[in-house]
Ligand binder design. Structure first.
Ligand SMILES: NC(=O)C1=CN([C@@H]2O[C@H](COP(=O)(O)OP(=O)(O)OC[C@H]3O[C@@H](n4cnc5c(N)ncnc54)[C@H](O)[C@@H]3O)[C@@H](O)[C@H]2O)[C@@H](O)CC1
Ligand SMILES: [K+]
Length: 505
């Protein structure tokens, strides 16, 4: 199935190779023509971003190096001071790159020497592209470390060397670039951490590959168009048709979380919101949430939901269109047992967040297997690590692999939060947030996200679309909240207040 309109396709290295082959074999576009356009585009990116001073190209032996040679020629012909350094001997280069070498006017390329980077105004990384696999090997590894250590900014051809174009994983040395000139379409690894941190700004270069290629990408960026899919209130709307969300959670000392989830759901357009929380804490919600309903649930006498509360919880959610389980729930064993009992029995779309996720740790498959309605899990790396019983550092190293694994095991949609929030479907499709809302790096913004997604699902949006609309609206709200003064000092309540503006964008 092709990607929805609101997703901007991202390609894996193998898909890009397939498209290249198709363009060459089926559309009879010559390799050197593609390389010419890639090099010209790269030269354009360099001219725009570094309009003066010496440009030092560092070229590998594959076509990525060939693109660099073309760009070096274009810039020399335009009068720029250009030097070309080769990582491998010229005769080791592929035939297409060698052909470009012959056309290079002026000084001949020389073997790579770290000292030559000192005179660069800008360095162009053409060492490894989509043909790279595994950790950079000698001599590329040393060269990459030298480029990383150099003072001048680096612009990457297609993908920063050392970053896996398909996964964003970085196994060895890699170069932090100010920008990456992505040929034809951006590669997945430019948008997934840690690769995203190396890519810098992504400039797309059209290399003349026509539409209709063979690849069916299964990953893409979430675009603003997803907000056009959000159902809006109209003349015939009622509070119930606007979306009825029920939030189950809260514990002594953790009453802010469900309160923020509730407010976020309301600000995201839900017309009717209920909070089900430990009975002794009811008053704290009643005074804060003027527009929400509050249901006191059985507790252990110390402000924690009790496992005996299963039937009252099911009664509280009976009229909801979507349920959010977990904000402020706590790690109390009784409350965790309640979450495990409740999750399979909720017959509407369910969002599981925070300590609700911890209740599922290591039992994802068993607990969610019986659910007849879609489930959305919203972990950060630590929570995903606990769900899959792996170290959170391991999750951070291979975010794409782990989010897909969790979605496949649980048959749920998994939203792995971060600057590159990843929304994985059980099918393996992944939607990626552009991110860049540092104001969201503060307590409570996760509770806000689960409330927004809850509202989208309660409005009846298909689950992947609803999760992505929630992620996008949350991101925009984080940016809007930071607009007057920058990201520092933004609090989750500001993000909630910015949701209506974010959703109207
Ligand atoms: N028709 C095409 O294939 C086109 C390719 N283009 C460019 O070509 C790139 C892909 O070119 P290639 O497939 O030639 O591959 P690359 O240029 O990415 O480099 C692969 C070369 O590096 C070596 N290598 C692979 N992994 C390594 C590692 N871990 N450590 C050290 N050396 C390693 C390989 O032996 C091979 O010689 C794209 O990223 C793009 O820049 C563009 O020129 C447009 C057309
Ligand atoms: K590169």
């Amino acid at each position: 199935m092709s990607l929805p309109r609101w997703m901007e396709p991202l390609l894996e290295a193998g898909e890009m190779r397939e498209i290249d082959r198709w363009a060459i074999n089926e559309r009879t576009i010559a390799v050197d023509e593609l390389m010419e356009r890639a090099g010209e585009g790269l030269a354009g990116v360099i001219s725009r971003r570094a309009p003066a001073g010496r440009v030092v190209f560092v070229c590998g032996k594959g076509n990525n190096g060939g693109d660099g040679i073309v760009a070096a020629r274009v810039l020399r012909q335009a009068g720029r001071d250009v030097e070309v350094l080769l990582v491998w001997p010229a005769e080791w280069m592929g035939s297409d790159a060698q052909a470009q070498l012959k056309k290079l006017p002026g000084a001949k390329p020389v073997a790579f020497e770290a000292g030559r980077l000192n005179k660069a105004q800008v360095i162009v990384d053409c060492v490894l592209g989509t043909g790279s696999s595994g950790k950079p090997r000698s001599p590329a590894d040393q060269v990459i470390s030298e480029m990383e250590a150099a003072k001048a900014p680096v612009i990457a051809a297609d993908v920063p060397s050392g970053v896996d174009a398909t996964t964003g994983e970085v196994e060895g040395p890699a170069v932090h670039c100010v920008a990456t000139a992505a040929f034809h379409r951006p590669k997945v690894g430019l948008w997934v951490r840690p690769g995203k941190e190396y890519a810098g700004e992504v400039d797309i270069v059209d290399i003349g590959i026509p539409r209709g290629g063979p690849a069916r990408p299964d990953a893409g960026l979430i675009g603003s168009g997803v907000l056009r899919e959000v159902p809006r209130r109209g003349a015939t709307s009622t509070k119930f048709s606007s979306g009825n969300v029920c939030i189950i959670g809260g514990s002594r000392g953790l009453t802010g979380a469900p309160a923020m989830t509730a407010l976020a759901a309301m600000r995201a357009g839900a017309g009717y919101v209920t909070v089900g929380a430990p009975a002794s804490l009811e008053l704290s919600f009643t005074v804060r949430l003027l527009e929400a309903m509050v249901v006191g649930l059985p507790e252990d006498g110390d402000g924690h939901l009790d496992a005996s509360g299963l039937e009252p919880v099911l009664k509280a959610v009976v009229r909801a269109d979507a349920v959010v389980l977990g904000p402020g729930l706590s790690k109390n064993p009784q409350s965790q047992a309640l979450a495990r009992a409740v999750a399979p029995r909720i017959d509407v779309p369910l969002v599981v967040d925070a300590d609700g996720l911890n209740a599922l740790a290591g039992q994802l498959e068993e607990i969610l297997a019986g659910r007849r309605w879609p489930t959305v899990l919203t972990p950060h790396a630590g929570e995903l690590g606990r769900l899959l019983e792996v170290d959170s550092a391991e999750v951070e190293r291979s975010r794409l692999r782990h989010v897909r694994e969790a979605a496949a095991i649980s048959k749920a949609f998994v939203v792995l939060k971060g600057d590159d929030t990843l929304v994985a479907a059980p099918s393996g499709r992944v939607a990626i947030s552009r991110g860049r809302a540092p104001g969201l790096a503060t307590a409570g913004t996760g509770d806000v996200l689960s409330g927004v997604i809850g509202a989208m699902l309660a409005k009846g949006m298909p689950v992947a679309q609803g999760a992505c609309a929630g992620v996008y609206a949350h991101l925009r709200a984080g940016q809007i909240a930071a607009a007057p003064h920058g990201p520092d000092g933004v609090i989750a309540s500001d993000v909630i207040a910015s949701l209506p503006a974010a959703l109207s964008a």
